[in-house]
Design a protein around this ligand. Structure first.
Ligand code: N0T
Length: 531
């Protein structure tokens, strides 16, 4: 008996999203985990494709493969389930020593029912599509029908029950995304008689209290936003019921990904998916979908100003930052620095396999091992210290900046004493006077730089970066004292222990700390002396 108890005690704890003091961690095996993901292409979810998936994940240095599991694949015939791909995927993930995130392609995949089984997508009587405002039928399934919800839920629950059975001890699968890019293009909501009747009802009290609004119908409470907010509530409630049923059998962390609304400029619903968890309806999702742990953006806007504005929208005290998808063009790799600086729990660029597909212009024009390299470069910094970083992100302070499109300098505010100035396109030696002559490092026209740092102790920071220079400074008058960089150690973490390789001094520190495309991690100690 004691032997049995010991065996059971050895089962790793369930993965879980936790929050403490406004910070988040994705706990895996009982400790914070930094999800360095690679997402496979949509149709790579078949055993025959896996030999072309693992090499890309390995080249990328990802610790997590994110892979679709589709409804049509697991329930091709109603009530007849086939989990053969899931079994092979989990087995091979273990052999490749990576974790898995799964994407449930169900009622909504990029808003459409493409991945539902034929018995669903061909039966518009039983599983109705929504009605457009002009009375025509949309391509997208309506969230207002119990028949659709129950069928999706049943398949999703069957998947989670199966995961519990094959993975309940080892937890190779650490997170799951019920649905993919929900909402509808070309309409704002369902205008069927059934939907109109629901729309005429009172706004649910849970939403009123969250938004501090007086009771009324959707139109009375939300005016011009009523159609969109109603639809967001409807889809969020649907997804929440799917997620809740899944959590009841096997409580994996959950997230939904979002095809974005323009973060700064105005954009009307329907040109982006109305009903998805766009930034303007995050509160609605939080009220309607407590079983969705994270609302996570799909970032395909290359401009740095827009990218960072979206990150700000999604990093909130009630929402952990998780980059559900981002383009696989080289320019996107550097955004991991800003994301991690905002305590992101994960980063998951899209299209990381060698099946020969590329989603240009969202991602790269040509795709293959060369395209993976910029991502391998940033993952190469964080992969060896992913656990340490995740712990610091959760328990200490982290900061990060990515090179802006115009290469301008950035300031990092390190609290009451210190600042760090980050500059780009400079040579390692000397000041920027060479730049004034138009002399820049090779290939620095395309922004690729960034810096991330974590506080280790008072006056001590873990610092890493690429193609950037860091200069520390005092943030206030030191009253007769002078700030100095006391010691800079280059090293790496091995099994949680810092291994020092050398001390940087002389040219290596006289003009700031210069990061190139090498994987270098520094421990920087700052100090002061009396003049
Ligand atoms: C993504 C991917 C995949 C700035 C596209 C992006 C993935 C899905 N959709 O390759 O299909 O499964 O989530 C939508 C981007 C909208 C346009 C953004 C323009």
């Amino acid at each position: 008996l004691s032997c049995l108890i010991a065996f059971h005690a050895a089962a790793a704890p369930m993965p879980q999203l936790v929050q403490k003091n406004g910070k988040f961690a994705l706990m895996v095996d009982g400790a914070p985990y930094l999800l360095l993901g690679g997402q496979a292409n949509n149709s790579s979810n078949y055993p025959a494709m896996l030999p072309q998936v693992w090499p890309a994940i390995k080249d990328m240095k990802a610790n997590t493969l994110v892979m679709p599991i589709s409804w049509e694949q697991i329930e091709p015939v109603e009530d007849k389930f086939d989990f053969s791909f899931v079994d092979i995927l989990v087995k091979q993930a273990r052999q490749n020593k990576v974790r898995l995130g799964l994407l449930w392609f169900g009622t909504w995949k990029n808003t459409g029912p493409g991945y539902t089984p034929a018995w669903v997508k061909l039966d518009n009587q039983r599983f109705p599509r929504l009605t457009n405002k002009d009375g025509t039928t949309s391509y997208s399934l309506s969230p207002h029908h119990a028949s659709t919800l129950e069928a999706d839920k049943k398949a999703y629950v069957a998947l989670l029950r199966h995961l519990k059975a094959i993975d309940g001890e080892q937890h190779t699968v650490i997170i799951i995304q019920p649905q993919n890019e929900m909402g509808v293009y070309g309409a704002v909501r369902d205008y069927s008689p059934k939907a109109n009747a629901l729309f005429a009802q009172q706004v649910p009290p849970a939403l009123l209290s969250r938004l501090n609004k007086q009771p009324g119908t959707w139109s009375q409470v939300f005016g011009g936003d009523a159609d969109e907010f109603f639809y967001a509530w409807s889809i969020a409630s649907y997804v929440d019921q799917v997620a809740a049923a899944g959590k009841a059998v096997y409580p994996l962390p959950t997230y939904v990904n979002v095809a974005l609304k323009e973060p700064i400029k105005p954009q009307s619903p329907g040109s982006y998916p109305s009903g998805g968890a766009t930034w303007n309806v995050i509160d609605i999702y939080k009220a309607a979908a407590p079983h969705i742990d994270v609302l996570a953006p799909d970032l395909y806007t290359p401009e740095s100003v827009s990218y960072e504005a979206t990150l700000k929208h999604y990093r909130r005290p009630d929402n952990a930052l998780l980059i559900a998808e981002t383009g696989n063009t080289n320019i996107y790799a550097r955004y991991i620095f800003t994301a991690l600086g905002q305590q992101a729990i994960g980063f998951d660029p899209f299209g990381f396999d060698y099946t020969g597909y590329s989603n240009y212009p969202l991602g790269a024009k040509n795709w293959g091992p060369e395209g993976v390299k910029p991502f391998a470069r940033v993952y190469g910094l964080f992969a060896p210290m992913a656990r340490e970083w995740a712990k610091l992100s959760f328990e200490s302070e982290v900061h990060g900046v990515s090179e802006p499109d115009d290469h301008s300098a950035q300031q990092i505010d390190l609290g009451p004493k210190w600042t760090a100035r980050v500059t780009y396109r400079e040579w390692q030696f000397g000041d920027a006077k060479w730049n004034a002559k138009g002399d820049f490092p090779d290939n620095s026209e395309t922004p690729s730089g960034g810096v991330a740092m974590a506080k280790l102790a008072d006056d001590e920071y873990l610092v890493t970066g690429l193609n950037a220079r860091v200069n520390f400074g005092a943030s206030k008058d030191l009253k007769g004292r002078v700030m100095i960089v006391d010691r800079v150690e280059e090293g790496r973490f091995e099994n949680g222990k810092w291994i020092m390789l050398r001390v940087w001094n002389g040219d290596q520190t006289s003009d700031g700390l210069n990061f190139t495309d090498r994987a270098q991690v520094l421990k920087v100690k700052l100090g002061t002396y009396v003049k």
